[in-house]
Write a protein that binds this ligand. Sequence first.
Ligand SMILES: Nc1ncnc2c1ncn2[C@@H]1O[C@H](COP(=O)(O)OP(=O)(O)O)[C@@H](O)[C@H]1O
Ligand SMILES: CC(C)(COP(=O)(O)O)[C@@H](O)C(=O)NCCC(=O)O
Ligand SMILES: [K+]
Length: 264
Amino acid sequence: MLLTVDVGNTQTTLGLFDEGGELVVQWRMATDRTDTADELHERLFGYFLMLGMKMESVTDVAISSVVPILSQQWSYMMTNVLKAEDVLMVDATRDCGIAVGIPDPRQVGADRIANAVAARDSYGPSTIVVDFGTATNIDVVDKTGTFRGGVIMPGLLLSANSLFERAAKLSSVPLVAPEHALGVSTECAVQSGIVIGAACAAEGLVARIKSELGEPDATVVGTGGLAEEITRATDMFDTIDPDLTVRGIYSIWRHRAAKRAARK
Ligand SMILES: Nc1ncnc2c1ncn2[C@@H]1O[C@H](COP(=O)(O)OP(=O)(O)O)[C@@H](O)[C@H]1O
Ligand SMILES: CC(C)(COP(=O)(O)O)[C@@H](O)C(=O)NCCC(=O)O
Ligand SMILES: [K+]
């Protein structure tokens, strides 16, 4: 089985794929920057126990991480503790099976490359991904199937928390989409600003990107932990695909495995 690990700034999503490429199970844990390799091992062991699965069933590992300190700890744990033979770290400077059309691929977050690969595989070229997590990032695949970059902006929770921290009369409200943009209470006004505001920002940016690319019919896909809530505030998405990043990591692993097999 392939174990995929997607280390985001807020949560880490783990996935297990069977030999046929089916995502068998997926789970999330909080991302804690202070975790050591031993702590990650303990937590992984606990999840396998809970799932009634054996860690020995993992033959391959692929990691996408946007938290460098944890990239090291995960990689060390998989190699030295789990003794995985081959640990793939997603990295846009190595062949991920997609053309990268930006000047310095070293800068790109691994999750954004994974999103682009899965978007191209699942929806074809000319696809725009909006990923609502710690950051809201837009990842663009043009009609030639090339990753073209996109947008990075503060995520909903980050924006909301800064607002609550700095505005003396405001305190935390549930981040759900209100029925109307016109808020008649403090709670509704804040929900409108944060949730509908994030939807409108994404709509506006996607419209501009479509126009800059000259691809008005690009497919628009929503993903990330907060996508389900945003979708209540907009009809911009052709689809919501919560497993996009994890499938991208799988595709990149499969691409590399096929290349390796061809060399043998
Ligand atoms: N299954 C879920 N359904 C709804 N919200 C979720 C789910 N999983 C995570 N979230 C929310 O999404 C946020 C994390 O999103 P995620 O895309 O994992 O961010 P990151 O990749 O930056 O860590 C968290 O604030 C969490 O509350
Ligand atoms: C844009 C991101 C902060 C998104 O992180 P996330 O919200 O998934 O935790 C991450 O992909 C990142 O740190 N990228 C590096 C900069 C770049 O992609 O250009
Ligand atoms: K994100």
